[in-house]
Design a protein around this ligand. Sequence first.
Ligand code: ACO
Length: 367
Amino acid sequence: MPMDVDLGLENTYIKHTKLTYIDGELGVLRYRGYDINDVVNNLSFMETAYLMLYGRIPDSKELKLFSSYIGDGKLPERIFSMIDTFPEGDPLSMASSVFAALAIDNNMKWSIDENKRNAGRIIGLSFNVFANIYLHIKGKKLYNIDLGDPVSGFLRVTNNMDPKNVKAFEAAMILYMDHEIPASTTAALVTASTLSDMLSSLSSAMNALKGPLHGGAAENAFLEFLDIGSPENVKPWFNEHIIKNRERLIGFGHRVYKTYDPRIKKFRELSMSLCDEKNRIILDTALELERVALDYFREKKIYPNTDFFSGLLFNELGFEHWFFTSLFALSRVTGILAHIIEYNENEQRLIRPRAIYNGDGERFIKR
Ligand code: ACO
C-alpha cells in the first residue's frame, strides 16, 4: 500500500524528455539543448518548430518540406459553418470544440511514420483555428489564412502587419512554444497514451489550458495593471490588496522558477520597444509594480513570471485581453505535439494512476 497520494503529481515523473530543460533555481530554459534566448534571437518560428519536432535545425530543403506540411492545414467549409454558430464566449472552449470536430473524420490515425507530417499539418490547422475564432468573435468573415508564413498570415487578422510587429509576435510564439509538461501538455499526454489521435489530444489540452491557474494569468495580470491605472497608484494599491488583504499578485511566482524566468528578458525588451504613447501609462504602471513587488517578495524568492510581460506585448500588437490565453495556446500547440510524439514513440504506456480509497467499508442496501 502507498503511504500517501502525491497531490498535484508534484513529485511524479511520467516521461523522459529531450525537448525542454528547465533549471528553476538558476533560471535556465533550453529547447533541445539551446538556450531560449539563443533560440529566440536566431531562429524563426518554423525553424524552432522543426527543431522541437525533429531534434535539429533544418536546412533549406527540410524547411521547405516542413512548410508544405504546415500549408496542408486548411480548414474545411463545415468548420467555418460550425465556428459561425458559436455564441459569444470563451475562445479556448471554441478551440477545444473545433479540434474535436476536426478529429471526427480525420485520417490521421496514430502512425509513427506519419506523426511528424501530421504534426506539421496540425500546426497549420491550429493557426487557422485560432485566427478564425478571433475573426468570428470580431464579427468578421472567416477564411483560411496564408500559411506560407503562418506567423504573418495570422497577424493579418488584426490588420497589424508592420514588420517590427511580425518579428515581435514571432518571438512570443517561440518563447511560449514549450515548457516541459504543465497541466495542458499532461492532459494531452493522458489522452494520447490511450492511442487516441493527436487532434483529440489537443482538444483535451485546450480545456486544461483555459483554467485561471494555468493559461489565464497574462490576461489577469494585464487587467491588474489597468485596475491600478498609473504608477502613482501602485504603492497604495499594493499595500491595500497584496499586503493588507493578502491577495495573490497575478504575474508573480512560479512553481518551478525561484528566480527570474529566463523568457522575461525578451518579453520585456519587446514590450518596451513596441510601446507607443497610448500604452505608455500601462507599461510604466507595470514596471513600477514590478519594482515594488520585487522589494516586497525577494526574500521569499517570488519573481515575475512571463505572464507579467506577455500581456503588455499582446496588447501592443493589437490583440484584446480576452485573446491573450489563445495566443499562448496557439504557440504551445507545437510543444504539445512534440511531447505526444516523443512519448508514444519512445515510452508509450497507458497513463492510468491510482486513487487511495478512503470511503466507507462494505455496506448493504436494505429495502
Ligand atoms: N502573490 C502573493 N503571494 C504569493 C504569490 C503571489 N503571486 N505566489 C506565491 N505566493 C506565496 C504564497 O502565498 C505562499 O506564501 P506562504 O508560504 O506564506 O503561505 C508562498 O508564496 C508559496 O506559494 P504556493 O502557492 O505554495 O507556491 P506555488 O509554487 O504553488 O505557486 C503559483 C505557484 C500558483 C504560480 C503562484 O505563484 C501564484 O498563484 N501566482 C499568481 C498567478 C500567476 O501568476 N500564475 C501564472 C503562473 S506562470 C504560468 O502558468 C505560465
